[in-house]
Write a protein that binds this ligand. Structure first.
Ligand SMILES: NC(=O)c1ccc[n+]([C@@H]2O[C@H](COP(=O)([O-])OP(=O)(O)OC[C@H]3O[C@@H](n4cnc5c(N)ncnc54)[C@H](O)[C@@H]3O)[C@@H](O)[C@H]2O)c1
Length: 348
């Protein structure tokens, strides 16, 4: 029997089955790309599985793992995996500069996660300083790198990163991303569950920010097209907005989403690397500097290219329900952005 492999399936084969073998023996796939990627916060709940997924990708040739603890062990462990990416662990502030030298992409999941009853903004006091310190090091040691921030509250940590880069005169708004991919991943999964679809084939753009009601899924723009009665649409939207809290509650004090976040962080990083390698038509949503709404930073679908954001595809056409969600999120989003900017303005 013969059958045609679907594209996602062939891609997953390439990702999961001995990429080094495929790279060596199937030149027509042209997968041999070189990219040095750093993970800052690599020993954490997200950092470890994210580093594993990156180590497993033929798109990565060097993996630089930084944390304030445990990275030598994580790096030694990952370095035994039979893929070509070389892995180096760096531990403590003294080694941060070396970890970043020559990096094209830096992914940052460093910082504390939520416990039950906490909002993402409750993490601000701890994580603002951590992200500012790491952004400062990026500005000094790899100012051209793509910086992907996972650390919460994303609605404030992106303005913080941008302001720190500005202070060093190296800010490029096309290269600083707040990773909101997990919201898209969750929206795709929940829509697929309700409609009996294959989640790999569902795509729901999610715009706005990355906290509670600032997370705005555009179900009206889902592909394939789906319809829900008003009450179900409202419940689905609420579930996507509070999906992070669902995990925080289920983990009962042991942290927030780590495995699904590692998957989402890897998906975003691979999209970025694909686009940097010249693949055309790569689109991901991310929280970035934006002129698309009255908010200075906003997540919308972005066409990615060799230099980061190639084109902001904007909000596009919204339903009346979605327009209301966008309007209702503005004040909170503006407040979180200002809080991040003020933090850097007041830094010594
Ligand atoms: N963007 C999203 O969708 C999303 C989803 C889930 C979690 N998060 C956020 O990701 C962050 C990490 O979550 P986690 O579950 O991995 O937490 P974790 O506590 O398991 O891991 C965090 C890691 O950061 C390290 N760290 C702390 N300070 C550091 C510093 N100054 N430099 C380098 N590393 C440092 C810690 O040692 C630890 O290994 C949290 O802020 C969480 O809220 C974001």
């Amino acid at each position: 029997t013969s059958f045609a492999l679907s594209k996602p399936f062939t891609e997953s084969l390439i990702t999961w089955f001995k990429p080094s073998y495929i790279v060596t023996h199937c030149n027509f796939f042209s997968l041999q790309h070189n990219a040095k990627v750093a993970v800052l916060g690599a020993s954490g709940g997200i950092g470890q599985p994210l580093s594993l997924l990156l180590k497993n990708s033929p798109l990565v040739s060097e993996l630089s793992l930084y944390d304030i603890a445990h990275t030598p062990g994580v790096a030694a462990d990952l370095s035994h995996i039979e893929t070509r990416a070389t892995v180096t662990g760096y531990v403590g502030a003294d080694q941060l500069g070396d970890a970043l030298k020559g990096c094209e992409v830096v992914v940052i999941p460093a910082g504390v996660p939520r416990k039950p009853g906490m909002t993402r903004d409750d993490l601000f006091n701890t994580n603002a300083t951590i992200v500012a310190t790491l952004a400062d090091a990026c500005a000094r040691h790899c100012p051209q790198a793509m910086i992907c921030i996972i650390s919460n509250p994303v609605n404030s940590t992106i303005p913080i990163t941008s302001e720190v880069m500005k202070k060093h005169g190296v800010y490029n708004p096309n290269r600083v991303f707040g990773v909101t991919t997990l919201d898209i991943v969750r929206a795709n999964t929940f829509v697929a569950e309700l409609k009996g679809l294959d989640p790999a084939r569902v795509n729901v753009p999610v715009v706005g920010g990355h906290a509670g009601k600032t997370i705005i899924p555009l179900i009206s723009r889902c592909t394939p097209k789906v319809e829900f009665p008003a009450d179900q649409l409202s419940a689905l939207t609420g579930r996507i907005q509070e999906a992070g809290t669902e995990v925080v509650k289920a983990k009962a004090g042991a942290g927030s989403a780590t495995l699904s976040m590692a998957y989402a962080g890897a998906r975003f990083t691979f999209s970025l690397l694909d686009a940097m390698n010249g693949k055309e038509g790569v689109v991901e949503c991310a929280f970035v500097r934006s002129e698309e709404t009255e908010c200075k930073y906003y997540s919308t679908p972005l066409l990615l290219g060799k230099n980061g954001i190639e084109k902001n595809l904007g909000l596009g056409k919204l339903s009346v329900f979605e327009e209301k969600l966008v309007a209702e999120a503005m004040d909170e989003l503006k407040g979180s952005i200002k809080k991040g900017e003020d933090f850097v303005a007041n830094m010594k």
